[in-house]
Design a protein. Structure first.
Length: 129
């Protein structure tokens, strides 16, 4: 696996901050996002579990105004930022797809070794915003 660039730095991931990135799964391009919630850095695929559309509608906004949930901009499904569980909305009970991360020397990387084997990813992730 070629050396990958960090998705973000730990320092820039302040509370409520999110950063989008792309990576490839086979030939398919996947968009993900890293976010900081209650001091914890989490990452999920940027796809609602109700319909296959991005949560942020391309706007780069994932959190509700009060910062307690991720919100889908299309029909307002609310997701727990720690687990990705949809707690309210048309897909209640379903979970966002998590993306494993590793942190080294203050840098945040996608962790290919912890990707589920059925969803093994390839290619180098690139930050998009
Ligand atoms: S597409 Fe996300 S709640 Fe409907």
């Amino acid at each position: 696996m070629p050396k990958q660039s960090p998705l973000a730095t730990v320092e820039e991931m302040t509370e409520g901050r999110s950063v989008k990135f792309n990576f490839k799964r086979g030939r398919k391009k996947i968009e993900g996002f890293v976010a900081c919630y209650q001091g914890q850095v989490v990452a999920f695929e940027n796809e609602c579990r109700h319909l296959p559309v991005s949560l942020d509608y391309g706007l780069g906004r994932f959190f509700t105004r009060d910062g307690r949930y991720f919100i889908c901009q299309t029909h307002s499904a609310l997701y727990d930022p720690r687990s990705g569980l949809c707690v309210e909305g048309p897909c209640a009970g379903q979970k966002l797809k998590p993306i494993p991360l590793k942190i080294k020397d203050g840098l945040i990387f996608l962790d290919y070794n912890r990707m589920p084997s059925s969803t093994k990813s390839t290619g180098i992730p690139s930050r998009t915003g």
